[in-house]
Design a protein around this ligand. Sequence first.
Ligand SMILES: CC(=O)N[C@H]1[C@@H](OP(=O)(O)OP(=O)(O)OC[C@H]2O[C@@H](n3ccc(=O)[nH]c3=O)[C@H](O)[C@@H]2O)O[C@H](CO)[C@@H](O)[C@@H]1O[C@H](C)C(=O)N[C@@H](C)C(=O)N[C@H](CCC(=O)O)C(=O)O
Ligand SMILES: Nc1ncnc2c1ncn2[C@@H]1O[C@H](COP(=O)(O)OP(=O)(O)OP(=O)(O)O)[C@@H](O)[C@H]1O
Ligand SMILES: N[C@H](CCC[C@H](N)C(=O)O)C(=O)O
Ligand SMILES: [Mg+2]
Length: 488
Amino acid sequence: MQLQHLIHSLSQRSSPDFTDTQINGIAFDSRKVQAGYLFVAIHGTQVDGHAYIQRAVDAGAVAVVAEQGRYTADATPVPVILVPDSAKALAQLADCWYGSPSQELQLVGVTGTNGKTTVTTLLHDLFTQLGYRAGLLSTVEIRIGKARRSATHTTPDALAIQASLSEMRDERVDYVFMEVSSHAVHQQRTHGLHFAGGVFTNLSHDHLDYHGTFAAYLAAKKSFFDQLPTGSFALINADDKRGGVMVQNTAATVHRYSLRTLVDFHARLLANTSQGLQLDIAGTEVFFKLLGRFNAYNLLAAYGVAVLLDQDPQEALVALSALQGAEGRMQHVTDPSGRTTALVDYAHTPDALENVLQTLRSLLPSGHQLSCVVGAGGDRDRSKRPDMARISAELADQTILTSDNPRSESPEAILDEMEAGVPAHLAHKVLRITDRRQAIRTAVRLRPEVLLVAGKGHETYQEVAGVRTPFDDREELAHALNTVARVN
Ligand SMILES: CC(=O)N[C@H]1[C@@H](OP(=O)(O)OP(=O)(O)OC[C@H]2O[C@@H](n3ccc(=O)[nH]c3=O)[C@H](O)[C@@H]2O)O[C@H](CO)[C@@H](O)[C@@H]1O[C@H](C)C(=O)N[C@@H](C)C(=O)N[C@H](CCC(=O)O)C(=O)O
Ligand SMILES: Nc1ncnc2c1ncn2[C@@H]1O[C@H](COP(=O)(O)OP(=O)(O)OP(=O)(O)O)[C@@H](O)[C@H]1O
Ligand SMILES: N[C@H](CCC[C@H](N)C(=O)O)C(=O)O
Ligand SMILES: [Mg+2]
């Protein structure tokens, strides 16, 4: 593609004429540059990409996009295009490179602290059931028709998003459901995508390490709705107190869902049992396989999107009632002895953990024991650590604090911070076992009626000291349950 054509996509008021420069690819990481590439320098959270321009040129870059004020182009041997915001420019260039696939698909973005993976996966599976070709970009995986590949991010970088959307367009996918993380919005990974609609699930404590303040975290989520185009829809959870502010400045048509008030999409929770949920939605009573009140919200959001995308409400409900939700979320692991109901869940925020433990508590006859194995990630929001430990100590009968991807941090230091949140009068209910495998085995040996292993869900690794080794809570739990069942 001609460089000039790419530059047009940046809507710069004036740019030098580089008509003859042919571009073979785009990269924002100098290590990925090949001959004939356009390199986009981005000021990141760890380093400044502008420091790698020379390396990019040495690797074969024939043009560079850099940010005004961060780079002086004087001695650069290739054309340099200066832009006000190079992360935004990357998104625009990626869109142009792949021929704007989001314009040819119905793309729905889901944002919020918790529930994004669940809602997008439900939607993907629902639309597949309804006979469409559906695409999914989620924390767990990328699905294009029947093909699946593991995800590296909740929301990939702008080039990777456009590459996936372009593959989906080639596969004649009709609807795409994607998670939109606050990091992604803040880093402009989703800039310029043409969304048919956006969904807001909820907002609670997470990622303050990155955003600094709750207000900044909220602002990042809100700017997703600020960018939705006229003619699109914004579907918000009316029961979340941040729902209103999300859509204060949106051009999208606002719709709401609620379990409490009579808004566009209203459901009444009729029963919440260990088998699932019974809801009255628009006068129809439906049974769903997902557990817990919070999943009533996720189901209602998925239903609302289906209706807003012109699907038959009854057909959507029937299809939804057959679905299981996302991998690693309230996922059962069989105990051969039949004694323990064992679950793996991705609760890694205080709000999620509270919801899940409350759900399990409410489903348990009094006198039955609920145990929880839980940790908190390293190099991530530290302030959620004491809260998560306190919540588990309050709601479970036994808590085992353990490691959950300590990354570059000391596992013991993370556990110290968690333990500091446990009130003295609950300390007797809390154990600390740094090794996650041992923590899970010990929890199983305690033989509770219900055991929740929280935080890692679908993940298949444990990252310690920057090294990822294979580790899967579901496998570990199954192994421990089998061993204990054999011995007893
Ligand atoms: C903190 C964070 O979000 N970092 C993301 C960000 O990296 P960054 O811009 O800060 O990178 P950096 O290391 O400072 O480098 C700056 C620039 O220099 C370039 N560079 C760097 C080195 C070099 O040799 N050459 C070179 O060109 C880099 O490619 C980059 O363009 O942009 C990168 C490309 O998009 C992401 O891969 C990276 O995700 C890191 C790996 C990450 O862990 N992110 C997590 C926190 C994240 O994004 N999570 C959210 C969701 C969480 C949730 O809600 O569940 C997600 O969407 O996944
Ligand atoms: N609507 C909800 N409200 C509160 N908690 C929820 C909700 N849905 C799911 N959860 C809890 O949060 C956990 C994560 O859910 P899910 O993976 O769907 O969220 P997510 O927003 O995709 O998370 P991430 O930010 O890591 O991508 C679940 O395992 C469950 O414990
Ligand atoms: N997407 C979340 C996932 C956290 C999951 C938990 N297992 C951890 O590693 O902290 C994050 O990157 O903050
Ligand atoms: Mg997710």
